[in-house]
Design a protein around this ligand. Sequence first.
Ligand code: FES
Ligand SMILES: [Fe+2]
Length: 435
Amino acid sequence: MAFSDSEAITRVGPGTPMGELMRRFWLPAAMSSEVEADGDPLRLMLLGEKLIAFRDTSGKVGIMDHRCPHRCASFFFGRNEGNGITCVYHGWKFDAEGNCIDMPNVPEDQDFKHKVKAKAYKTEERNGLIWIYMGKAEEAPALPALPPNLLPEEDVSIRFILRECNWLQAMEGDLDTSHVGFLHAGAAKAEDVADKKDHHRFVVGNRAPDYNVKDTDWGVMYGAHRPADKGETYWRIGQFLFPFWTMQPAGKFEKFIIARGWVPMDDEHMMFVVIRRNTGDPAQSGSPVVGLSHNYEFKPNTTDWYGRWRLVADEENDYLIDREVQKNDSYSGIEGLHIQDQAMCESMGAITDHSFERLAPSDIMITQVRKRLLLAARAYVKDGSLPPCAVDPSIYQDVRSGNFIVPEEQDWLDAYREKYEAADKVEDLLKPAAE
Ligand code: FES
Ligand SMILES: [Fe+2]
């Protein structure tokens, strides 16, 4: 990839092509539980901007540039009380929309608070997530109808994890499904998977699947396929959804409802945000037989811009790699699926040097998604045109991922539609249980 393309696709600050495109989409900023009414302001870094989030006395969430518009002192030190945040430098007070509601250091006859606004962004909250729109408020569409975020908070798990690298290389880990048979399950053999219902036996029995990809209104979809039992094909369907969402095929298609956001904080840091339906079925969350276990041990959060949701295993301690385990037991010697991915992505460098890489046929989804992202960013800069899902965010609601087995002669897109019709729908899950 040419350097100019590489730059255009990875950089997200104000004025960059991708940064401008991202500002036309809602971003998940924090969990609802991270800010309490009249509680401490929270430092957030998003799209290269330093922000402060707070929940006012009435419960409304405000997110704004961390600098007070008076003399730029940080609202981080502010007092969050009485339905607003007060800058402790000279006492100017702002509501959650950024209106200046008090200017106590200025004589009353010279007061100009009605002319002052903090740089506040539009926010919304839904089912445990706080969303931010960093474009012009009047251009904000509805929140994206991502299926798991339409479900009640108690029916899903939400997790945030900081990753210290560019968002694109991190997201591409979800598009590159061929790594599953190596990084995560490289030590397992098909015969280890005794349970015939555990589809991972196909993954570890054939580590070189073929891929189909297709452009869609929401982004790009792929189907990784390999032979299953006689006359059947095992499909793993995954999705890329503009601008940074993925749905990977790690569960049975009928019940699997997930969205994985690779949210850019700045060019060299991102926040992984996963929203996942709890089905109570362990088969939905990987196979213990092939070592697909999780290890989420977090450092205590700090108030730093990069201080939230940091895993204990990190670059400093080589992700706690155990070479004995690598020799005798697991393929990587690193414990935990997410940490394995994190180690690989961060080891590429803060921003991958795309002139150094040599993509393979198994990377066809990565290639296609880069192409779509680049075209979308360039088109937006040129004439303001947007991908369909940015204009109509209800498009997200019918997108699903997962794995299934169908007769080998069945077309994959027909199979996808058929499986989608038979799958659990958000509307059905929201209906009160029948008597
Ligand atoms: S800098 Fe905030 S009130 Fe003066
Ligand atoms: Fe992975």
